[in-house]
Write a protein that binds this ligand. Structure first.
Ligand code: HEM
Length: 134
């Protein structure tokens, strides 16, 4: 079974020669990765000694960046995954598309319904004047 680490353990590894980070309830020893990190080693160092899930996700790391994490996995974090379940499932773009779909549908409906309403109003006025002439 994987080893479980507490926050106190995490706080012991915050140096550039010995650096762990916590993302989504898992602990990673990223010492060897620090120099390779495209965002720079200092930004990772600033996310050590705590749960870095939010920092990691806020940047919008790519899927390949997320896969890269596996390479450095050393165990589970006692505090679990801090991210809410909803935030874990849908990727950003799918989320945006889902939000836009109903709006698109509503706009389309509006474009159909509005001319029909105008037509109905015109017919009603026509009938009204026709009935006046009788
Ligand atoms: C071990 C964990 C991490 C891995 C494996 C990782 C990996 C990567 C990779 C591969 C990129 C290139 C862009 C991409 O593919 O998304 C990147 C960019 C970046 N990362 Fe990380 N990252 C880690 C942790 C962090 C943390 C904790 C932070 C702190 C907030 C951070 C901040 C950034 C920033 C700011 C960039 C953008 C760099 C730029 O575009 O100039 N990363 N990271």
């Amino acid at each position: 079974m994987a080893k479980t680490y507490a926050l106190a353990d995490i706080k012991q590894h915050t140096k550039d020669k010995d650096c762990w980070i916590v993302v989504h309830g898992k602990v990673y020893d990223v010492t060897a990765f620090l120099e390779e990190h495209p965002g720079g080693y200092d930004i990772i160092l600033s996310s050590t000694g705590k749960d870095a899930t939010q920092d990691f996700e806020e940047i919008g790391h790519s899927n390949s960046a997320k896969k890269l994490l596996d390479k450095y996995y050393i165990g589970e974090y006692e505090g679990g995954d801090s991210a809410p379940p909803a935030a874990k499932v849908p990727p950003k773009s799918a989320n945006a598309a889902a939000r836009e779909a109903p709006k698109g549908a509503a706009t389309r409906a509006f474009h159909v319904v509005l001319p029909l309403l105008i037509l109905l109003a015109a017919l009603a006025i026509n009938f009204y004047y026709a009935s006046l002439k009788k």
